[in-house]
Design a protein around this ligand. Structure first.
Ligand code: Y43
Ligand code: MG
Length: 203
């Protein structure tokens, strides 16, 4: 089975990629499997820039094809914050819980009708001596007033998916992987790869 390295240390992302790539016949490795792999600093101002930075740095270093995911939550009432700072919104060493707490506090006075938000995922596919491919996926929703559900990771418990009537953390793995920003982005990447007639099996 073909193997692809995902340049991430986020276990939640790895699990989702493993499930989504299974049907494509691709086995996923991550930076968690590689001892001493570097932390790439996310200095970009957009999800796309950061995804390219992570994918190209690791691909160059290891001389293999690499996918990187840069993702986060954009909240309209906060003018798009936390955005690219989603992982470090409450501070560099803070947890998902701290980040959610900060968002819930900032939205305390915001009416239900003004709590629109979206998850964004940029995926970059970098290969040695090839042009890097970048795609983006989005998933629309609303920010709840308290956490709901225990599945998923990150901001999932406070993100409500209106057409399902459930929080992202109340969805099964399969349900999340059929509608998420990450699933949409991966579908787009897969379509591009098909178009270029460059199957995953041909690294
Ligand atoms: O499906 C998701 N469900 C809930 N929350 C999510 C999701 N997708 C991204 N997020 C949040 C988590 C983190 O606060 C930030 C990603 O930050 P981001 O820099 O891309 O990832 P990370 O630092 O955790 O791992 P890495 O950079 O090694 O891939 O957005
Ligand atoms: Mg990161």
């Amino acid at each position: 089975m073909m193997k692809i390295l995902i340049a991430t240390k986020n276990k939640g992302k790895v699990k989702e990629f493993q499930a989504m790539f299974e049907s494509l016949g691709v086995e996923i490795l991550s930076l968690a499997d590689i001892e001493g792999s570097p932390d790439v600093e996310e200095t970009g101002t957009t999800f796309e820039e950061n995804a390219v930075l992570k994918a190209e740095t690791i691909s160059k270093e290891m001389n293999i094809p690499v996918i990187a995911d840069d993702s986060g939550l954009e909240i309209d009432a906060l003018n798009g914050k936390p955005g690219v700072y989603s992982a470090r919104y409450a501070g560099i060493h803070k947890s998902d819980e701290d980040n959610m707490e900060k968002v819930l506090n900032e939205l305390k006075e915001v009416k239900d009708s003004e709590r629109s938000a979206r998850f964004i995922c940029a995926l970059a596919f970098a290969r040695p001596n090839e042009k890097t491919i970048v795609v983006k996926g989005e998933c629309e929703g609303k920010i709840l007033r308290e956490k709901r559900g225990h599945q998923g990771f990150g901001y999932d418990p406070i993100f409500f998916v209106p057409h399902l009537g459930l929080s992202m953390a109340e969805l099964s793995k399969a349900e999340k992987n059929s509608i998420s920003h990450r699933a949409v982005a991966l579908q787009r990447l897969n379509n591009l790869i098909d178009e270029e007639d460059m199957l995953w099996q041909k690294p």
